[in-house]
Unconditional design. Structure first.
Length: 285
């Protein structure tokens, strides 16, 4: 893959007005879905405190609509209008950038007024109209690499977004399908995806997911989230992605692979220390 001079961490820092200038990866963290305004705000408040204590740059994430749940009976969230209102309140109160996943090209005009980062779900990562409409907002676009997609094929995702005049691209690795109801992580994907010129994030939460593993809902192996995150930090990822919850077993989405909020700070401290001894991902000449 041809080397491209693309979107850099300092470019993201400028776009999102990051506070800390250090070698740490930025951290995307929050609940899988907005369960209530109060719950989302409590998590954001705690994560903001952690970011100040550990000096990492935080992007708060929470979904206003989980349109890709396994079952039609599963909780999806408050919807776009109420969800954006909640995210906008958190953004203003805690002065942190916010991210949410967007499931339809027709939502872009509305979300661009609130979201700092527009996230394209993994199942939709090849949908050209979605990518183009997200790019046209001028916002940072984070695309989850599909579980079905080879890392070298993410170059076509980046090309689509750039074709609309937007170079603010993040690509997120979230595991690859390994047979039925299982994912594995190939850490070669991180430097390969970096060759696209995009920033690269490792999603430790969804990489341990067991899609559809509990019948009508997905399952997961929460105990492997932090080991995989430590490995990604050693490789030199630009950012890390976690879903956190005060009581994961009671979470309304991704309960099996979300991590406990009260232990997140100490685990993350260890991961950030590892990142200090790792160079940023080197793109081969």
């Amino acid at each position: 893959m041809e080397k491209i001079n693309g979107f850099r961490k300092e470019d993201l820092a400028s776009a999102l007005k990051f506070k800390f200038d250090n070698e740490y990866p930025f951290v995307i963290a929050g609940p899988c879905v907005i369960e209530s305004a109060a719950a989302a705000e409590d998590i954001a408040k705690t994560l903001k405190e952690y970011s100040e204590e550990l000096s990492f740059n935080l992007i708060f994430k929470a979904s206003y609509d989980k349109a890709n749940r396994t079952s039609v009976n599963s909780f999806r969230g408050p919807g776009i209008d109420k969800g954006l209102e909640i995210l906008n309140g958190i953004k203003a109160k805690y002065n942190i950038p916010v991210l949410s996943d967007v499931h339809g090209a027709n939502e872009m005009e509305k979300v661009k007024a609130v979201l700092d980062v527009i996230q394209i779900p993994a199942f939709l990562c090849r949908q050209t109209d979605m990518l183009l409409e997200a790019a046209k907002t001028g916002k940072v676009v984070n695309v989850k690499k599909g579980q079905f997609l080879a890392p070298w094929d993410t170059k076509f995702i980046a090309e689509k977004i750039r074709s609309a005049g937007n170079n603010k691209i993040i690509l997120t690795e979230r595991g690859a399908s390994f047979g039925y109801n299982n994912l594995v992580t190939d850490f070669r994907a991180l430097p390969i995806m970096k060759e696209t010129g995009a920033l690269v994030v490792f999603d430790a939460t969804h990489s341990v997911q067991i899609p559809g593993g509990s019948g009508s809902v997905s399952s997961g192996n929460r105990e492997y989230v932090m080991p995989l995150a430590r490995a990604a930090a050693a490789v030199g990822t630009d950012g890390l992605f976690f879903e956190v919850h005060p009581n994961p077993p009671q979470a309304l989405s991704d309960s099996a692979n979300s991590v406990y909020l009260n232990s997140f700070k100490d685990n993350l401290k260890n991961i950030l220390e590892i990142s200090k001894y790792s160079k940023e991902i080197d793109v081969k000449e």
